[in-house]
Design a protein around this ligand. Sequence first.
Ligand code: RIB
Ligand code: CA
Length: 332
Amino acid sequence: MSALPTVLDVDTGIDDALALLLALRSPELRVVAVTCVAGNVTLDRVLRNTLGVLTVAGAEEVAVAAGADRPLVRRLTTATFFHGVDGIGGVPLPDTGARVVDEPAAALLCRMAREHAGELNLVAVGPLTNVALACRLDAGFPRRLRRLVVMGGAAGVAGNVTPAAEANFFNDPEAAAVVFQSGAAVTMVGLDVTLRALFEAKRYRLLRDVLPGRGDAVARFAYGIMERYLEADLAAGLEGSPLHDPLAVAALAQPSLIRSRPLHVAVETEGRLTAGQSVVNLAGVVERLESRGDHDDVVGLTHPAPNCEVALEVETAPFIDLFCTRLGLLPD
Ligand code: RIB
Ligand code: CA
């Protein structure tokens, strides 16, 4: 099978950087562009980090486009606790010859979807602001995509920013709502599976004695940026670092690593406590109400049509092996 033309939409932070490295080292994918959105850190730092990661990977030819520097209507919420002030765990980035193209992210996404009509894949691992803007810019954009893999949301587990909301959807609920109503072929890779895709601290410690002195630049860089990520995740009570964004990439490259169900998903945009919640209809049923004057009455059931594939199971060990092998994070 020829490599899948793929765009990554990133808010490069640490796991975005790992996802980009994994995509560039996955023969199943051909990364044709990267679009940047504010999220983990501000857009200027996302761009800087993304260009640096491409240089580390020897992929400076990949086009990088700047997108939204804030959510559609809300204030930006960054996550320097997990990613560091610079978004890359304080690890120095190499001087880069890579440059940001003039074309705005949304326009590039729409153009690429037309040029690769029916074949372009988009892996969105940040707030969905750019993707929503592309949907608004060109109504045909969503259905031109072969697959839109979204790292975000949660079906049957709590959020990670609030009890209701996962970070990418929390940052821009309105954008997520637009995307899930767009008709795109969405696979939602949410916390249900990414929290089970842990890079464990014990595995990291195995690398400590061997990696800094050897391995290729990608392996050393990945090892370096994970240190901050692990510290924060361990402080947050996890037993390792969830590889949120790399799993979204792997789900496209090797779909057998996850198991999903076609379900209806809507994103809450009104709630004071629930803004950004992915409301996943696991039962596939909604009661139908009719007005009876001063009250409503349940008169039947409706079955909302699924609008995406929701990942509910993950092959954790095979995924971690794939991630470590492709990034050279091996102790021997
Ligand atoms: O909830 C995890 C997601 O939020 C990941 O994409 C991480 O990079 C942050 O953007
Ligand atoms: Ca991200």
